[in-house]
Design a protein. Structure first.
Length: 296
């Protein structure tokens, strides 16, 4: 339905709005011990068809700290995985709650859900993208390095949902993103992606080195040999700026996409990034619910 602030994909939202959401997240983090009760009387449904630690906890903490109520369920506990349609699920949930945060594999189904609700739908990760994660990553980069515009960022490894959201974000937030991805996967990349052959080329003089698991959820059993030269290790980090940071959305497969040494080094900001999911989620939810009448 037009006019609803769905948060499905970075590409769908204009740059000015995204920058406002990011600025609000910075502000809400400063208010973490005195959170404004923006969601008093509101309910958020959270539905998962895949595992989650960060998304699950950070959305619940964020919504509750700002005064709201949450209902969490896995997909296989609701009628959607039986015979009930996505259309009916969307219409019915719209009568119960004020927003839906959902993690599901298929992005087209997520979109279809959003077309059949009268409330905002938030993408908690699909096979296509992970926009909430990227907003929290950028929040972390800004905290550590200052404004994101003009910064140089290297992505190494798989071209996956997180990489794709980064490519979308680079256009909106004006940062320079270089991706080193195995040749056999490059056909999957967005046309806008700046792809290079080697990890060494990608990380040269960058401000941020980013990676993610080589085996995303649902790809278990996949061969990982093609990624070996894309591992983030201490030697590779020396090619980045001296002040460079290392980020990762987590969960991490230690010794695969990144070494223990890098994770233990001062460059690693992984736990700050995880915490920032809470602050960023508050700002995303506030934008989604900006026009929702508070029922108290
Ligand atoms: N980064 C992230 O989304 O983590 P979870 O899968 O634990 O939610
Ligand atoms: N690319 C990973 C991200 C997990 C947060 C996955 O989809 O499993």
């Amino acid at each position: 339905m037009p006019g609803i602030n769905h948060f499905l994909n970075i590409d769908d939202i204009d740059a000015k709005t995204l920058k406002e959401i990011l600025a609000h997240a910075h502000e809400l983090k400063k208010l973490k011990f005195n959170p404004p009760q923006l969601f008093k009387g509101l309910s958020l449904a959270m539905v998962f068809d895949k595992k989650s630690t960060r998304t699950r906890f950070s959305f619940e903490v964020a919504f509750k700290q700002l005064g709201g109520h949450t209902i969490v369920t896995s997909m296989d506990e609701i009628q959607l995985t039986g015979a009930e349609s996505i259309e009916d699920t969307g219409q019915v949930l719209s009568r119960f709650v004020d927003a839906i945060m959902i993690r599901m594999s298929d992005h087209a189904t997520l979109k279809k859900l959003s077309e059949n609700t009268t409330i905002p739908v938030i993408n908690g990760l699909t096979n296509h993208s992970h926009p909430c994660q990227i907003m929290a990553s950028i929040l972390t980069m800004e905290e550590k390095l200052g404004p994101i515009a003009g910064k140089k960022i290297a992505w190494l490894g798989d071209y996956n949902n997180v990489a794709h959201a980064f490519v979308q974000a680079s256009e909106k937030f004006d940062f320079e993103l270089t991706l080193a991805v195995p040749e056999s996967l490059r056909h999957k990349a967005d046309k806008r992606a700046n792809l290079v052959d080697t990890a060494e080329e990608a990380v040269k003089d960058v401000d941020v080195v980013v990676t993610d698991t080589w085996v995303s959820m649902g790809q278990e059993g996949k061969a990982i040999e093609i990624f070996e030269s894309y591992q983030v290790n201490s030697k590779l980090m020396t090619l980045a700026k001296e002040s460079a940071i290392f980020t990762h959305c987590m969960p991490i497969h230690r010794g695969e996409e990144v070494t223990e040494e890098v994770l233990a080094s001062p460059a690693s900001v992984i736990y700050d990034e995880a915490e920032n999911r809470v602050h960023e989620q508050k700002a995303i939810l506030a934008w989604c619910l900006a026009d929702t009448e508070v029922n108290v």
